[in-house]
Design a protein around this ligand. Structure first.
Ligand code: ADP
Length: 254
């Protein structure tokens, strides 16, 4: 039930492992820290990592009178979470389903979760442009404000894959809010200096080339890696970091 949702943000990436779930969870946590009501929906059926990233792995989904009740991170219920991971017995379990079953599960996730009034619903999607994405797009047509954020890494290959995401959004009429480049340089844990270990600037050049807004570069920051599994916002724990700057700027634009 998306009737109570003011704005939907889809987080997309061409490849897995580029930090899409990290961006989705940190964006949701940043918005929650700003006092907004947020939902985080993890439909990455083959690699649902949101329960782990938010330290909610031992939680289960309950059926309420109006549908599935999200798992809340906080007692004020400002961040509600729904993930296929809550339906699996363990993190190592795999979802081995054919297309139609996947599609119907995603439809259920979009239609049958009883979100309270939400300012934002952040959706962590699977990598690439699969059947699951088409199902999401079809179901989001009714939502008045829906946009996409694309996550990439500086390497060329990931960027080539991102072009396909851009084409997909354009074909399905989902406005692209911008591109975030993740793993852009490495922040030294002792002196916090950032070193470019791969080529740099790929996300920015792609954004310029495709006339899409560049939303910033997130370095590989071991401190951010450590926040994974704790459900803590970088903007709260590492307020002066490059990571916090990117998420604060992003949240201010929404
Ligand atoms: P995806 O959702 O694209 O598969 P994840 O967000 O799960 O990728 O990230 C993959 C791994 O990389 C996770 O262990 C995550 O903690 C780590 N990671 C992602 N981005 C960063 C970053 N900027 N700094 C440090 N670790 C990161």
């Amino acid at each position: 039930m998306l009737d109570n949702v003011k704005q939907v943000i889809l987080v997309l990436s061409g490849k897995g492992g580029v930090g899409k779930s990290t961006v989705s969870t940190q964006l949701a946590l940043t918005l929650k820290e700003r006092g907004l009501k947020v939902g985080l929906l993890d439909i990455d059926l083959c690699g649902p990592s949101v329960p782990y990233l938010l330290n909610l792995e031992d939680q289960n989904i309950h059926q309420g009178p109006d549908g599935w009740v999200p798992v809340y991170l906080d007692s004020e219920q400002r961040l509600g979470v729904m993930s296929i991971g809550f339906l699996l017995n363990s993190r190592n379990d795999a979802v081995v389903w054919r297309g139609p079953k996947k599609t119907s599960m995603i439809k259920q996730f979009l239609e049958d979760v009883s979100w309270q009034d939400l300012d934002f619903l952040v959706i962590d999607t699977p990598p690439g442009t699969s059947d699951e994405h088409i199902t999401v797009m079809e179901n989001l047509r009714q939502v008045p404000h829906c946009s996409a954020i694309i996550v990439t890494t500086p390497q060329e290959v990931a960027i080539e894959d991102v072009r396909k995401e851009i084409t997909f959004c354009r074909k399905t009429n989902i406005p692209i809010m911008g591109i975030i480049e993740n793993m852009s340089g490495y922040v030294c844990p002792t002196c916090t200096e950032c070193t470019n270990i791969f080529s740099s600037g790929g996300g920015k050049s792609l954004a310029d080339l495709t006339k899409i807004q560049f939303l910033g570069s997130l370095p590989i920051d071991p401190r951010v890696g450590k926040l994974a599994g704790k459900g803590i916002a970088a903007v709260k724990e590492l307020p002066d970091s490059a990571t916090s700057n990117v998420f604060n700027n992003l949240a201010s634009q929404l």
